[in-house]
Ligand binder design. Structure first.
Ligand code: FES
Length: 105
């Protein structure tokens, strides 16, 4: 039976890289928290095309570009926007509680 998801503290709000992608490791999960133009969003950080951490790529406030082959993802929805990326990112619900960013995992 699948474990029920719960909100977990992920990153103090003060540590969020402004207008950028912040890498966070929770247990064995490598995650990315985006300070996007539409607010804070989060996803699993590994590119769906290969073994790159998207936090090492270029983020323009809306799209994150993979550092390995320049695949492009919408950091608000996870949608793949440019080849060779074809599979959407797995997004994670994020919220701010006090001075902490929490993720639903
Ligand atoms: S590993 Fe990200 S586009 Fe290839």
């Amino acid at each position: 039976m699948a474990r029920e998801k719960s909100w977990q503290d992920a990153l103090p709000l003060a540590d969020l890289l402004k207008g950028d992608a912040t890498p966070v490791t929770l247990g064995t999960r490598e995650l990315a928290i985006f300070d996007s133009e539409n607010g804070i969003t989060a996803a699993y950080a590994r590119c769906t095309h290969g073994a790159a951490n998207l936090c090492d790529g270029y983020f323009d406030g809306t799209h994150i570009e993979c550092p390995l082959h320049q695949g492009l993802f919408d950091a608000r929805t996870g949608a793949a926007r440019a080849a060779p990326a074809r599979i959407a990112l797995r997004m994670i619900e994020a919220r701010v509680q006090g001075d902490m960013i929490q993720l639903l995992l």
